[in-house]
Ligand binder design. Structure first.
Ligand SMILES: [Zn+2]
Length: 70
């Protein structure tokens, strides 16, 4: 598993961590505790603007969207 973080477009620091919405899966609890994952709460953005922010910067709190090619 990669531990590299995404570069924040705001502050240019490699502090971007996956941001998930709704109820996090059980296996995500550890990551959330270690700050490797952020849970954004209820899924409002997907229905409002069609784009789900899926990264959050741990340094400045900026949220942005990256395309996942999984
Ligand atoms: Zn940032």
């Amino acid at each position: 598993m990669t531990t590299s973080h995404d570069i924040c477009p705001e502050c240019k620091q490699a502090e971007g961590v996956p941001l998930i919405w709704g109820t996090p899966p059980a296996e995500a609890a550890d990551k959330i505790e270690r700050g490797e994952l952020v849970c954004g709460g209820c899924d409002i953005w997907s229905s409002v603007c069609g784009v789900v922010m899926n990264r959050e910067c741990r340094a400045c709190g900026h949220q942005w969207h990256v395309r996942e090619n999984a």
